[in-house]
Design a protein around this ligand. Sequence first.
Ligand SMILES: [Zn+2]
Length: 172
Amino acid sequence: MADVLTKEQRHRNMAAIRGKGTKPEMLVRKFLFSHGFRYRLNHPRLPGHPDIVLRKYRTAIFVNGCFWHGHDNCRYFRLPKTNIDFWQKKIERNKERDKKEQCQLATMGWHYITIWECQLKPKVRMQTLESLVYTLNHIFLEDRKIKAYKIVENYDSLMVAESEVAYGETNK
Ligand SMILES: [Zn+2]
C-alpha cells in the first residue's frame, strides 16, 4: 500500500522538523517583517529552538508541520498506512517534547505561539497572520500592564496615603 505522504511532502516535513527555513515559516516571517516586527531566528538559548523569537514581546513562535508535530483533529495529519506503530510512537514523542519545551518557556516567563502548517494554507492564511499580529499586540499591552502595576506597587510603599487609589486604578 502506498504511503499517504508524497515524496515532496515528506521532504517538506523533514525540512520542517529540522527547523530550517521552510515555506510556511517564511510566510510568517515576511508578514511580521512587513508589519514592523523584528525578530531573531532559531534562538539557540531558548528551549525548542523556536523558529521566530520576538524579544520585545518575550514571545517565541513555532511554525509546526501538522504531520511531525501531530496536529490533533487536523485533516492534514494522517498516519502512513504502513508501520503505524512506529509512526505513532515517533509522533507521540515529538508531541511530548513540544509540550515539555513549551512548559520550560512558560516557566522562563516567555509566551509561545504555535502556528500550524494548515493554518497557513492560502484560504485561511490572512486570518491566521492577522490574528497573530493581534495576539502579539495583546501580549505587548499585557506585559506593559504588569510592568506599570509593579512600578505603582513600589510607589505605594513610599506614598502610603495614596496607595489605595493608585492600586485600584491600575488594576482596572
Ligand atoms: Zn494541521
